[in-house]
Every structure is written in structure tokens, then in C-alpha cells.
Design a protein around this ligand. Sequence first.
Ligand SMILES: Cc1cc2nc3c(=O)[nH]c(=O)nc-3n(C[C@H](O)[C@H](O)[C@H](O)COP(=O)(O)OP(=O)(O)OC[C@H]3O[C@@H](n4cnc5c(N)ncnc54)[C@H](O)[C@@H]3O)c2cc1C
Length: 630
Amino acid sequence: MRPPDSVAWTRKHDDRLDPVFIPAGIGLRYYPESLRDLVQIVAGADQAAGVAIRPCGSHWALSDAVAEPGFPGAIVETHGLNRTLYDVIPSCLRTAVRADLVGQSPATDGQWDEGAYNLYHVEAGTRIYELYSRLDRQDPAWPFPTDSLDIPALGGSWAPPTLGGAGGQTIVGAATTSTHGGDLNHPPIADMIQAVHLVGAGGRQFWVERARFSARVPAPMSDAGKLAQVLGPLEIIQDDDALNACLVSVGRLGIIYSVVLKVVRQYGRRQTRHRREWDEVQRELLDPNSPLFSKRFLQVVVNPLPRFKDRRHSCWVSQAVAIPARDPLPASWRGRAQRAGAGAGVNPSIDHKPGDLYTVICRSHADFAEPFAVCLGLLRDLAPAARLVPFVGIRANREIDEIIVELVNLSRADPMSVGDFVANVCNFLVDEGHAWLLPAIMEAFLEFGQGDIPDERPAEDISYAMLDGWDYSDRDCITNADSIEVAFDAGTDLGVRFINESLIPRTNQLVDGKLTGKPMAFGGYASMRFTGRTEALIGIQKWDRTCVIEVAGLRELSGIGPLLDQLESDAKTMGATVHWGQRNQMTRADVDAMYSGIERWRGVLARLSSGGDPQTFSSAYTRAAGLEPP
Ligand SMILES: Cc1cc2nc3c(=O)[nH]c(=O)nc-3n(C[C@H](O)[C@H](O)[C@H](O)COP(=O)(O)OP(=O)(O)OC[C@H]3O[C@@H](n4cnc5c(N)ncnc54)[C@H](O)[C@@H]3O)c2cc1C
């Protein structure tokens, strides 16, 4: 194992210019590469009484879910734990589960049977893009654990049933905060998990799975005797509450070493996107029989700032269906080459057009060596969409020209990413009394990112390439963002009311100066996505259909913090649950009000902590949120 160190620790979206989140010299960072390393680290921390220990994945959480600023304890980095495992699956499966698995019909080309499944056992620090690449058999070093059975029905390519909008998180880091996508009837990523191998307080190990594997096989997945033979001394818990507590547990129950996932046959997705008016779409969202809910996936992106000319709010409606992934894949599908195998975790998304200005800047690490040219290029690029004609060209408005020159000087003095630059433009405009320009700038940005995908020419490709929209080659674009996600019962009007009664008026108040006492800038969007219900006891998708609303903006915007805090508070008052892995300030009272299963969750925590110090995995965040023993 690489020796521990005490380097500074930051989250992905922390500003590199800010004082660091946890400075160097405070606490230790561990880099386990095996189960043995992990057990040693946790047992050692428990012996050194009072040393708290927190697991982390890819540092993508925007909350203090890993640890609070200045956390004095140890942080366990899990990227070194990214192997596929072959000891438990299939050899420890119960006979009935094994019969159910191998008794499935082989794939039929040109059709897609969503009910077909396979099981995949993987270490917790595996990134989502590593996982989908392996499931699609684009990483020959990691075949399927069930390949040893040599059953045609289990051959071919597989996929996660759903994903969020990016794949850089670790599978457990994502699952354990309730990370989700927008597939209407699919629960979040956490619900793929069928079993968890956990290292709890004192280094005590647990294998946790449900008492019932499925409706067809109402018995546990594994044969406890075989598990004990293969994994050695560990406590086997076959209990629904115990697994449902682990699914979303924010690192508080211990460090998850590995998970067994239920995956589906590979499939494609066909997507359209249309620019619409929010005042029309909101009415359709209130009708459960609306065509909006007739497809597999729905996302509605709303601009909280109204348009200049008519004060209406633009929105962009994306819908997608699942389609068969034929073998061989259609030649027009670029996703596998772009996103899997050698392309996994390194390329821009399949949306990117190779020559566009953003791609060039994002890949270049340009740091605005020629800031004036880049700045004008950017504004010219945006001008047609934003109708920002006064910014450039022959009809230049003197006052705006002066502002541009000042901005250019600013970026020259302090080189910054495109995202930070745009945020500074917005801050500057508001400070200079030109807040009226914000809506146009944001409309242009959203239009750029959300361009129409017409019904006649839908976008289609392999599942994961359509879902993972993250640009892994990005060096200097939208580096720093901040966001909250709040969830409502989609069977009510609360999601729509949150947009109309909180997001839109609060954004106006912020820009007018009424929210904080002085005008402040915000530019960003609200994205409504819909999911099925989770089994996780403290998962945010607690309704049969959940409407999750993300509000995101550039982190350097002067008003982002006050606005997001206000929106979180409004949403809680309206009965929302709040995403654990996005910005949040949860209190014990909030959590008690949100989750009827919280006492059962705390009971599982008490049970799993009984072998050591129950405070081993505690942090200021878990204490504030009441993720503590009863
Ligand atoms: C660019 C971006 C896009 C995003 N897109 C979406 C989206 O589409 N949908 C959505 O719902 N969310 C989204 N998120 C939120 C993100 O998915 C969550 O914050 C997620 O928890 C981050 O995973 P991570 O691997 O980086 O974990 P970290 O941020 O490192 O940790 C998150 C939590 O997981 C715990 N943890 C990590 N590893 C382990 C382990 N082995 N055992 C036990 N606990 C562990 C940590 O203690 C912590 O509580 C996005 C975030 C970003 C930055």
C-alpha cells in the first residue's frame, strides 16, 4: 500500500484559489489497494482512540458528505480499490438464485428484454465509466464473474439500468448519496446494489444482503456457508433493513469495500430535445397522463431568468426511449469508441463538435494567453443566439465596449477558466448596474448547451454514451459549479410550485438586491428529472414517482451561495428531501422530518458499530444531520 500522507484535501468543485478545504498537515490520507489494507486502516484508527475516519470516492460531492472544512481525522481514498471480483459470484450464489440466473433466455438480436439481468461484483472505488466500459466488455482485463458458468444467456454486453448525467464518480460514492438520473420508472443507482461487503468500526467485516433476492426467488442471494468459506471470518447479515440502510449511508456505517450489482442487457437510447415555454410545460407536468410521461426519460431544464422581450421563461424538454443495441452496433453510433475501452474517462461527450470554440478552449488549458481575442470570440459566438448585438461589431455601444476592455484587463491580471470568466462577467455587470443583461447571457448559454434535437433527427447511441455527458478532457471550461438538488412527490404540484413560488421569485429578488440587501448575480438553470422509488431507507427518491430538481450555477457568481441556501430552506418548508451529495445544510430535525425510516437506519448503525468505537465514522456533517446511533 502507498504510505499515508497529509496532503491538502479538496472537493472537485472547490476553488483552486480559495484557502484549501482541509489544509496539508491536518489528518492523514490513506490509499488502500486491498481489503486487507482497508481492515488494517480502520482497525488502526479505532485503536488510536478518537481518530475519526471518513471514506471518499472521486471528491465530487459538493456538500460536506466526506468531511467538513478542517476535518482533523483520516480520509480513506478508494480509487485504488477498483477491481472486478470473482470469488463470490457465481460460486456463493444459492442454488435457487443460480437457477434463476442461468435459466434466462439468451438475447435475441434486435430486441431488448429489460427483465434480463446479470450480476457483477466490483470494488467500491471503481469509477462509473470504468464500470460501464467493463459491462460492455470493452475492457478485456475484467471479464464477467458469471462467464465461468459458460451460459449463452449470460454472454454479450451488459449495462447499468440507469445513470446520472456524468460518470466520474465512484460507484459507491455515487450510490451512497442517492445519485440518480431521469428514467421515470427507475430507482437511483443505489438500487442496483444487491450486496455490500462493509468494513465497520474496529475493522469488523460484514456481508450484507436482503432476506429476499427477488419476487421470483424469495430467499437471500448467497449461501451463507459458502460465503464464510470464501471470505473467512465475517458477519453475514441477510436482512432487508440492513441492506437498505447501506445503500444510502454517506460513509457513516463504515467503509464499503465491494458491492454486487444487478445489471441489464446492453441497450441504446434515442433522445429528442425541444425548446418550449415554461408556462405551457408546467401545465402538462401536472397531468400524469401527459405525453411528457410517456417515454423512459424526461428532463425539463428551466431558465429561472425571464427573457427580455416578453418576460416568459424558456425551458428545454428532453425525452428518451430505450432501443435495442444490435450486434454489430450501427455505424453511426460513436459512443462505444468515445466512451469505453481506451476512451473511458478521457474524452469529451458525444455531444461535442470537434471544432467548436468551447471544445478548443476546454481542451487547451488556454488560460487566456490572448484574452482579448478569446473574449471577443466568445461574445461574437454568443451574439447571434443572445441577440447581444450591442456587444460587438459596427453598432458597438461605447459603454459596453468599456466594460469589455475592463473585463479583459481583469482576465489578463488573473488568468481564469471560461466558467470563472463568465461568472466574473455576470458579477461585473450586476455591480455596474447592468443586471438587465444577465437574462440574455444565460439564455444564450442554455440555448448553446440545450440545442434542439428534432423528432425527425433524434440522437441515438449506446446507453452509457447517451447518459454520461461529462467532458473528461475539460481543462479550463466550466470548472467550478455549485448546486443543490431537492426532491418532491411527483404525484403533487410541489415540483412546479417550487419553480414558480421559490426559484423564479428568489432569483429575481437576488438580482434586484431584495434577497440580501444588495444586487447579486446568478446565472444557471433548474433541471427537473423524474425517477422511480428507492428501497434505501434514507434515499431522497422516497415517492413512487419522485421529481428531483437541481439548481446549478457557476460557483464564482456573487449570488450563488445566498440563493442556493434560500432555495434549500424553501424546499424543506415545502416537504422536499435534499440530495446528500449536493450542497446542503441538513439538521437532525430536517432528517427526522424527511425519512420515516430514519430510526431503523440508526438501529442498523448501532448494530454495525457494536464491534468498535461507534464514533469511528462520525463527522461534523453526520452529527449535524443526526446520522448517529439512536
Ligand atoms: C459534475 C457532477 C455531476 C453530477 N451529476 C449528478 C447527477 O446526474 N445526478 C445526481 O444525483 N448527482 C450528481 N452529482 C452528485 C454526485 O453524484 C455525488 O456527489 C456523489 O456522491 C459523488 O461521488 P464520489 O465518488 O465523488 O464520492 P465523494 O464525493 O468522494 O463522496 C461522497 C460520499 O460517499 C461516501 N463514500 C465514498 N466512498 C465510500 C465507500 N467506499 N464506502 C462508504 N462510503 C463512501 C463519502 O464518505 C461521502 O459521504 C454530480 C456531481 C458533479 C460534481
